[in-house]
Design a protein around this ligand. Structure first.
Ligand code: ADP
Length: 334
């Protein structure tokens, strides 16, 4: 088990990590999610031993690993620019770490075969690097990271340079591979969908602080505050005042389970339902196609702007009735 306690790191006046506590259980995949500059890479580099923290500890199974050099930590790291050696073939790249660790040649050959099979590239040992597609190169880099059987695998935006459709396919494959080898994984990304697809738990970072660590389901159900809610893409947010378990949005009253006082009411995508028996009329302003649905912008009669998921193409100017499902209503205080 990986245990981070009170990790802090400054670069001059920049706070890259501020008192980060996190535990990652054996076999667990935790996605570190946050915008650019929130400290995700610094966190990985400190764990890997590439950076020294100002304060705090990194423990593995209870033992502080401060004194262990990078190679002795048995952690595997894969960066976005995974830089394969262009003059070596696939086997030469995948077996690189094993040769450095003085494995026997027969063991290296067997292990290369095993990990190539694992990443779906069985028999590709002698392919040249410049003959690989982007997705294949990414798998070779993953095979190279996994070859020494690291006890912790850390990936920093590993799909960042690939196009969207390939990313969507590879993220599912990565999750399956990590499930099969039951390894412990820290996966850095700024993409919420990627994090939700791969992770057992998601750790959300902001300005060096870890603001919430929870399962995707719990994050969705109860984001810890406005930052997390905004980062999850919940765009329907309205300032309101909670009184006796209700908040008045001007165009609807919604139940909220917080104490009386000012709050922000978030209507998750599942809170707004198009329904001919609905009680809230809205006018469609525009829409974008999202594959399995349309995301429409609409205004209420009082002028509040909403974005609403719709199964069929709505036309600008069209009037539609919606209703609110209280299960998708969140009240946040900060
Ligand atoms: P992320 O991976 O979330 O984009 P980083 O961990 O790379 O964030 O960076 C966190 C903050 O620390 C940023 O403000 C970044 O500019 C700063 N930073 C990171 N590495 C260094 C460094 N070597 N020197 C100075 N500032 C750094």
């Amino acid at each position: 088990m990986l245990q981070l306690k009170g990790l802090s790191k400054h670069y001059g006046r920049i706070v890259a990590l501020a008192d980060v506590d996190l535990e990652v259980a054996l076999g667990e995949t935790v996605a570190v999610l946050g915008p650019s500059g929130s400290g995700k890479s610094t966190l990985l580099r400190v764990i890997a031993g590439l950076e020294t923290p100002d304060r705090g500890s990194v423990r593995w199974d209870g033992a502080d690993i401060k004194g262990l050099p990078v190679h002795a930590r048995q952690f595997g790291l894969m960066f976005q620019d995974y830089a394969l050696f262009p003059h070596r073939d696939v086997a030469g790249n995948v077996g690189f770490g094993l040769r450095m660790a003085h494995w026997q040649p027969s063991d290296i050959e067997r292990r290369i075969g095993e990990v190539l099979e694992l990443v779906g590239l069985a028999g590709m040992e002698h392919r040249r690097i410049n003959q690989l597609s982007g997705g294949e190169a990414q798998r070779v880099a993953l095979a190279r990271t996994l070859a020494p059987a690291p006890r912790l695998v850390m990936l920093d935006e590993p799909l960042g340079s690939l196009d969207r459709s390939l990313r969507e396919r590879l993220i599912v494959e990565l999750g399956e591979i990590f499930g099969r080898i039951e390894t412990t994984v820290l996966y850095v990304t700024h993409d919420q969908e990627e994090a939700f697809t791969i992770a057992d738990r998601v750790a959300v970072m902001r300005d060096g602080e870890l603001v919430q660590a929870a399962t995707p389901e719990d994050l969705w159900a109860a984001p810890a505050g406005m930052f997390v809610s905004d980062f999850l893409g919940f765009t329907n947010r309205f300032p309101a005042t909670a009184i006796d378990g209700q908040a008045d949005l001007g165009w609807a009253r919604v139940p909220v389970d917080i104490a009386d006082g000012p709050c922000q009411v978030v209507l998750r995508p599942d809170a707004l339902l198009v329904d001919i028996a609905g009680d809230i009329p809205v006018t469609i302003v525009g829409s974008v196609f999202r594959g399995d649905h349309y995301l429409a912008r609409a205004t209420t009669e009082s002028g509040a702007e909403l974005s609403i998921s719709m199964p069929t193409l709505p036309h600008a100017g069209e009037r539609v009735l919606i209703r609110l499902d209280p299960a998708g209503v969140l009240a946040l205080i900060e």
